[in-house]
Design a protein around this ligand. Sequence first.
Ligand code: NAP
Length: 247
Amino acid sequence: MLLEKKIAVITGGSRGIGRAIALAMAKEGADIAVIYAGSAEKAAEVCAQAEGYGVKAIAYQCDVADFAATEAVVNRIYGDFGRIDILVNNAGITRDGLVMQMREADFDNVIAVNLKGAFNMIRHTARQFAKQRSGRIINVSSVSGLMGNSGQANYSASKAGLIGLTKTIAKELASRGITCNAIAPGFIETDMTEAMPESAKKTLAEIIPMGKTGKPEDIAALAVFLASEYAGYITGEVIKVDGGLYI
Ligand code: NAP
């Protein structure tokens, strides 16, 4: 198994891509801490399924945008698991709208969850990673952050910001044996994309060179690899998993 005896924290692990990452890591032998915002039942289901793989799994409610709450939850996780080896900053939201109509709160909230949320989690784990001279940080960005996307000024900015954050953290922490990489998914079938208008989904699917949308498991496979020993010399990278959507 690729992640035996590792402890992984996955934000937004209750649904979609985060759920798939949490379960894939558990299947590879990692104990998992699943952070969710409101879906207590779904997070509990993920943990129950993970326990079926023989690992320890605990769900934690926490708004990643809240600096003090993330500090408290990280402390609880250290208390429950003793250490953290892998941090996956996956929690994310969309509040789409054309820029001329976008509400200030929709811009602020998306940046707060998607970008500051990742900073908060890194801020509260980095010192311990540095002390143990190891750690894997994986940030879930998006091709929207690389190519821009009409109707997503807030989201694209947050995801582009995550790429800057990833590269900086990679440089700052490389000498301590810590890697930090970003995954940029394309169009993946989850609740987030289910909420898109049918016409937008159809147009997007048509322009993907591989001719199909992705599954959460497509992202989880890369997350497991980046967390594994195989990826020990990879840092500061942004890897697209998008069926060729952004070539
Ligand atoms: P999703 O199905 O909507 O799930 C979002 C997850 O984030 C849920 O577990 C949710 O928890 C959690 N979350 C939301 N706000 C939170 C907060 N303030 N604090 C803590 N947790 C919070 O989304 P998804 O499609 O799996 O997306 C996962 C990540 O991939 C996001 O960062 C997204 O931007 C990125 N991404 C997705 C796609 C795609 O096509 N789906 C493409 C590119 C990038 P609750 O269940 O408790 O609400």
